[in-house]
Design a protein around this ligand. Structure first.
Ligand SMILES: Cc1cc2nc3c(=O)[nH]c(=O)nc-3n(C[C@H](O)[C@H](O)[C@H](O)COP(=O)(O)OP(=O)(O)OC[C@H]3O[C@@H](n4cnc5c(N)ncnc54)[C@H](O)[C@@H]3O)c2cc1C
Length: 494
């Protein structure tokens, strides 16, 4: 029997992980990537002696990477290493309070009680509940394919109901207000809705499980920064025989309705037995499958948030800042109302600052720091519209930093690069520049992402942050695992 062929469209983290899995399963795999580098949203900005991870900065669930090396029978330590980060984030409030979210439970309870007045037994009980939600629901939901015919798969419904129906009916903010006592703790635990581009005032309470993933299982730092996750998996894929072709834009998936034949590349047909699309699901339908009706249906779903990011080389060290820092807005609800309802940037945005030069040398010149400064914004607008708005946003962010860090940061910026939704859309083919695909701002939306395969398109598979189970590196890796399982099943059935 000849070796079956697989084509993967896009070398985002899920595309690379799917390619590794398929190569291990005996496929001859080729990945076509429109950019000149692997990794998609995980990439690098290098400027004037500074280096910045351009997209993701928070690394959780490293065992999902380890698993790929284990499956490939390759020693991970030859490719990749990481270390735990004891302080998951330092939070700054407009009332002057500052709190560290330690991943050590005892330290966390003590810190929140001392700095915020959040009773330890209250927080302890909250975290226990969040952990149980992850255990009871997360595993059922994240590790399985979702089929269109069962938007609420019976097993999931049972898991949710067996635990607490309110997890679907209450919003995350309502749940947090019921469970926690201080405004600051509520704001911290509300923020987890942004981890999949959603609003805590609309997304279901189930999202509280994200805090368990972060605070129970830990936060990690990959040596070399986030880019090394993509680079390590790329090298592993090459080692397993996957071929990568860069600067290759797939224009069509060839499909007869009952059979997949391959893809069209530079006007030529390239044949394969299966095609895995790691491209944004909207563009996969609109361009690659030429299914305008399905693409139009996706545009009616609410996109998750996007981001404006300033990559600033700062000619000074700020000992009061950590690897991950959040400077909260005073009116969190108003901020989300602007992002999701008014579709506007908010005048007092919550600012996230990531500084990898705190972790290793070489990311900034000595005595200086590489600041990745991000605010959430609506996923709308053209590049030209964003370019016009950037000077206003920049001033608002600088004003926020001046107010909260008690220092004028502007004169300390010695190099700068900016990203916005238009750039994200252009560079990674992300519809409207949404970071995580569609939002989870409805009960259905939280569960019902596009499945990893559909019955009308046998041989076509979907992976990545815009499909089930969701955005973010860990869920993208899970989407690749689900694709691997579905392909295995298809091989067994044939
Ligand atoms: C600013 C920002 C911050 C984030 N923060 C975090 C974080 O802290 N932690 C975390 O876990 N996650 C975070 N994420 C999310 C995470 O980066 C993504 O969910 C994940 O990297 C998406 O991977 P993917 O496999 O879906 O592919 P993508 O990274 O979206 O890549 C898709 C690839 O497909 C290619 N492609 C598309 N169409 C074609 C075509 N027709 N032909 C050829 N190639 C094509 C694109 O060029 C791209 O390289 C963040 C993302 C951003 C942008």
């Amino acid at each position: 029997m000849s070796t079956p062929k697989a084509i993967v469209t896009g070398s985002g983290i899920a595309g690379i992980a799917a390619a590794i899995r398929l190569a291990i399963q005996g496929y001859s795999v080729t990945v076509y990537e429109k950019n000149s580098y692997p990794g998609g949203k995980i990439s690098l900005v290098e400027k004037d002696g500074y280096r910045f991870d351009s997209g993701p900065s928070l690394f959780t669930e490293p065992w999902l990477i380890e698993e790929l090396f284990w499956l490939a029978d390759e020693p991970m330590e030859s490719y990749f290493s990481y270390e735990p980060v004891p302080n998951s984030c330092r939070y700054f409030f407009t009332n002057g309070k500052i709190v560290d979210a330690w991943t050590d439970r005892e330290k966390l309870l003590q810190e929140f009680e001392q700095q915020l007045g959040e009773p330890r037994e209250v927080l302890s009980s909250y975290l226990e509940k969040a952990g149980k939600i992850y255990e009871n629901i997360g595993e059922v939901f994240f590790d399985r394919p979702m089929y269109r015919s069962a938007w609420l798969n019976k097993k999931i419904l049972k898991a949710v109901a067996s635990f607490r129906p309110g997890l679907v009916y209450y919003t995350l903010n309502e749940f947090n207000e019921q469970q926690l006592t201080t405004g600051e703790a509520i704001q911290i635990f509300n923020r987890y809705a942004t981890y999949n581009g959603s609003s805590p005032y609309s997304a279901p309470a189930m999202l509280s499980m994200i805090s368990a993933i972060e605070l129970d299982t830990g936060v990690f730092y990959p040596a070399g920064g986030m880019i090394s996750i993509a680079n390590a998996l790329y090298e592993l894929a090459v080692k397993k025989g996957v071929r990568f072709e860069f600067n290759r834009n797939v224009s069509r998936i060839i499909h007869t309705g009952s059979q997949t034949k391959g893809v069209v590349l530079d006007g030529k047909n390239i044949f394969s037995d299966i095609v895995v699309s790691d491209a944004d699901v909207y563009f996969t339908y609109r361009d690659l499958l030429d299914r305008k009706r399905e693409a139009a249906a996706l545009t009616r779903k609410e996109p998750g948030s996007s981001a404006v990011i300033f990559y600033w080389g700062i000619k000074k060290e700020f000992p009061q800042l950590q690897l991950h820092n959040v400077l909260f807005s005073a009116e969190y609800k108003a901020e989300f109302n602007h992002i999701f309802t008014l579709k506007k940037t908010y005048k007092d945005p919550t600012v996230y600052i990531n500084i990898t030069s705190k972790m290793e040398e070489g990311h900034a010149p000595p005595g200086k720091e590489n600041w990745f400064v991000m605010i959430n914004v609506p996923a709308i607008g053209t590049s030209a519209e964003w370019e016009k708005e950037i000077p206003y946003i920049r001033q608002q962010v600088l004003k926020k930093l001046r107010g909260m860090l008690k220092e004028d940061v502007e004169p300390l910026i010695e190099t700068e690069q900016v990203s916005h939704p238009g750039i994200l859309e252009r560079d990674t083919n992300s519809f409207r520049g949404a970071i995580y695909g569609m939002s989870s701002n409805t009960r259905r939306g939280a569960f019902r992402r596009h499945p990893n395969s559909v019955s009308g398109l046998p041989g076509v598979y979907f992976c990545g942050g815009t499909v089930h189970p969701g955005g973010g590196i860990p869920l993208c890796l899970k989407s690749a695992e689900i694709v691997g399982t579905l392909v295995k099943k298809r091989t067994a059935d044939h």
